[in-house]
Design a protein around this ligand. Structure first.
Ligand SMILES: [Fe+2]
Ligand SMILES: [Fe+2]
Length: 393
């Protein structure tokens, strides 16, 4: 390439460089001092000297989360063509259905309509009105949760250090956006009234959103997403809800993120055991208990014991907390047995056929693939056995 150079005098450039050097020292020095005094300073958590975000590259985090997310990125149009999403490229559409490629626009529109009616018909055949409403009630708890997951991950993006962790969080933001809009349409496709947040979930999500700094990892990635992962694992084998398998896979990556992050940037002993943080964590768990009771009738309509679900989710979440290093004011084993006693006390009033049982050893994730994914995320070793048989009436 031949460039026609422009001749310049060296003087102005030399003056500029000197001035820039002085101003740079003043501005950065002022920002650094203000930062040390916690009075502001540089807002961008970015290290332009090394062309990295503060914290360095951390390529392992990037590979485990960003690269993997992109590899497993799924499109709504391919998996739920009856919804309104048009996110597939023409190549993906061609791969999805070679036969459809021969159809013209009118025929494709007709196919979409049939698919939508097919979905309605399938749902109407498979479920009664009460069962459809129960599915909508349970799934909408996660639907609302996805809106908060989107907001929280957007804020966490600015809390984490390193290029690897930021790329991981960026993928999480993208996936939460997709979860919210796709789940919203899927729920609406059932044609039932969508309930608002119960006050228990409202408190849980608001507190989680307001959690300080990396405590958001506990509120969102461990607690809320551990709960969401368990719901997706429980419902993904139901007819019409097969797409929840893909949500389950994404959430498994999100729940694994804090452990991978703290491997690179370990929490201090104080951060783990600070009594105020411990009580705040406990305060986040407390609203989950009445939330479980609030969905008992809906899950019962679907043949699912809400406290077996709660026990199954609690066992996994406690395991994850152990792994990540988030502690509570009481040790996990005592807390687990306390939860079991609470569940037994409640069900002794709410159940016609009550018999004492170990709710925390139940397993409500149905699919084999989903169980294998959870065994890996929660380090459960061997996938647990099926849900223990219900006691006879
Ligand atoms: Fe999500
Ligand atoms: Fe998530």
């Amino acid at each position: 390439m031949e460039f026609e150079k422009i001749a310049l005098n060296p003087g102005p450039k030399q003056i500029h460089d000197r001035v820039e050097d002085v101003v740079n020292t003043l501005v950065r020095g002022y920002d650094a001092a203000m930062g040390r005094l916690h009075l502001g300073g540089r807002k961008g958590n970015y290290d332009d000297l090394n062309f990295e975000f503060n914290g360095g590259a951390k390529d392992e985090l990037r590979k485990k989360h960003y690269d993997k997310s992109l590899r497993l990125l799924w499109k709504a149009e391919g998996n739920t063509p009856w919804l309104s999403f048009r996110d597939c490229t023409s190549e993906e559409l061609a791969l999805l259905s070679m036969a459809e490629k021969t159809l013209n626009q009118d025929e494709l529109r007709e196919i979409k309509k049939i698919r939508s009616e097919e979905f309605q018909r399938k749902v109407d055949e498979e479920y009664t009105q009460a069962e459809k409403q129960a599915i909508v009630n349970v799934l909408s708890t996660i639907g609302h949760g996805e809106a908060y997951a989107w907001m929280v991950s957007t804020e966490l993006l600015n809390e984490v250090k390193s290029t690897g962790a930021r790329s991981a969080l960026t993928m999480q933001v993208l996936e939460e956006a997709k979860h919210f809009v796709v789940l919203r349409e899927l729920i609406q496709a059932f044609g039932c009234e969508v309930p608002r947040l119960t006050v228990w979930e409202y408190v849980l999500l608001e507190r989680g959103f307001k959690a300080k700094g990396l405590e958001k990892f506990f509120a969102m990635n461990v607690l809320v997403e551990g709960f969401a992962l368990s719901i997706f694992g429980m419902l993904s084998t139901l007819p019409g809800l097969e797409i929840l398998r893909l949500f389950h896979l994404d959430e498994s990556r999100h729940t694994g993120l804090p452990a991978n992050y703290f491997k690179e940037f370990p929490m201090s002993a104080w951060e783990k055991r600070n009594p105020i943080a411990q009580f705040r964590r406990l305060g986040l768990i407390v609203p989950v208990l009445p939330l479980m009771a609030s969905i008992e009738t809906d899950l019962a309509e679907l043949g699912i014991d809400t406290f077996e679900f709660a026990g199954s989710a609690a066992r996994k979440i406690l395991n994850l907390m152990n792994r990540v290093g988030f502690t509570l004011p009481i040790d996990n084993a005592t807390f687990a047995s306390l939860l079991n006693s609470l569940f037994n006390t409640y069900t002794s009033y709410s159940r016609v056929d009550y018999a004492e049982r170990s709710f925390l050893s139940a397993e409500t994730t149905k699919g084999t693939r989903e169980r294998a994914v959870e065994a890996e995320v929660f380090h459960l070793g061997k996938a647990p056995a099926a849900t223990p048989a219900r006691p006879a009436a």
